[in-house]
Design a protein around this ligand. Structure first.
Ligand SMILES: O=C(O)CNC(=O)[C@H](CS)NC(=O)CCC(=O)C(=O)O
Length: 314
């Protein structure tokens, strides 16, 4: 439970683990419908992250609550001013630690009784200030093969804003769980200067097995960003389980840490080497090779080039 898995420096990293190189901590836990206990676990992990020297701790989607039904999720919805975020703000300030709160049910208005919530990812600075709020854009309405049928949009409103924010470990690009499947969103985060993509999640077991690591590594490789993915793991209740494998991937696609299926709350710590990141980008300048003229703008989507393809003159 108190294990801290160190996963420092990728093999060919240029850094010599200088004391100035920031560390990021990524949590793995099993949230339930017991909010008090969930927040106690998060607090415990935050103390461990601080002790390990991390500048940022990333908590998964549903860090404060994962219930049995959508009605429960709506019922525990709170505004940012509510007790959940307030408690985490006090913790960030107490420990002088930045926090990524990977997703909580955000009530639309301060009064209760909303029909739907947002699934909101919040970044707190080390003074407890709210630095960013990202409302999950892609909602998981999926009949999972050999798994549950989930209808997130029944109780959740989709966000419509892409969010980046500067932090002591680098510029963070915010996302949540199912967003991982939409590469265009990460390209948009990259355009806004993201260096570290956060993907807090509660992936299902079948889709996790099939897709999780491949998608995380693909996003890291194609954006040349770090990817930090805090994950829920194990059995939350009789209806719902998560895949785990909290992971940090570097901009070359190397897996720096993988918490596997460990079901007791656990932390991994990885080094963020932005010098290496910018070297990778300089040597392989994908960004400047992107053919916006062909694949974005008016020809992207609606009217595709192939529709207008004509037999070349013989
Ligand atoms: O409903 C809640 O309480 C909080 N939200 C979630 O757990 C969300 C929606 S059900 N889970 C995912 O997006 C899983 C995605 C996934 O597993 C995949 O893309 O394969």
């Amino acid at each position: 439970m108190r294990r801290v898995a160190a996963a420092l420096a990728a093999p060919t990293s240029t850094s010599k683990r200088m004391s100035s190189t920031p560390l990021v901590a990524v949590a793995q836990l099993t949230a339930t419908d017991d909010r008090k206990e969930n927040l106690r676990v998060c607090r415990d992990l935050a103390f461990q992250a601080k002790a390990a020297g991390a500048g940022l701790l990333c908590l998964p989607e549903c860090f404060s609550f994962l219930g049995r039904s959508w009605r429960e999720t709506v019922a525990v919805g709170q505004a940012l001013e509510g007790s959940v975020i307030s408690e985490m703000r006090a913790l960030a300030k107490e420990l002088k630690l930045w926090l990524s709160l990977g997703g909580f049910p955000e009530a639309v208005s301060a009064e209760r009784g909303d029909a739907k919530v947002y699934n909101t990812h919040v970044i707190l600075d080390d003074d407890g200030g709210i630095q960013a709020r990202y409302r999950k854009i892609h909602l998981f309405d999926v009949d999972v093969p050999n798994g549950p049928v989930l209808q997130e949009s029944r109780y959740t409103l989709p966000g419509d804003r892409v969010v980046v924010v500067d932090s002591p470990v680098g510029r963070l690009g915010l996302s949540t769980c199912y967003d991982l499947r939409f590469p265009e969103m990460y390209e948009a985060l990259l355009r806004q200067g993201a260096e570290i993509l956060l993907v807090p999640s509660a992936f299902t077991v079948p889709t996790g097995k099939a897709h999780w690591e491949v998608l995380l590594r693909a996003r890291a490789i194609e954006t040349q960003c770090y990817v930090v993915a805090a994950a829920q793991v194990g059995q939350h209740n009789e209806k719902r389980a998560s895949y785990g494998h909290s992971m940090v991937v570097d901009p070359w696609g190397r897996v720096l840490s993988d918490a596997g299926g460990e079901t007791s709350p656990i932390l991994s710590v990885a080094e963020i080497d932005l010098t290496m990141l910018h070297e990778i980008r300089a040597k392989m300048p994908i960004k400047s090779h992107r053919r916006r003229d062909l694949f974005y703008g008016r020809s992207y989507g609606g009217e595709s080039r192939s529709d207008k393809w004509q037999e070349p003159d013989k």
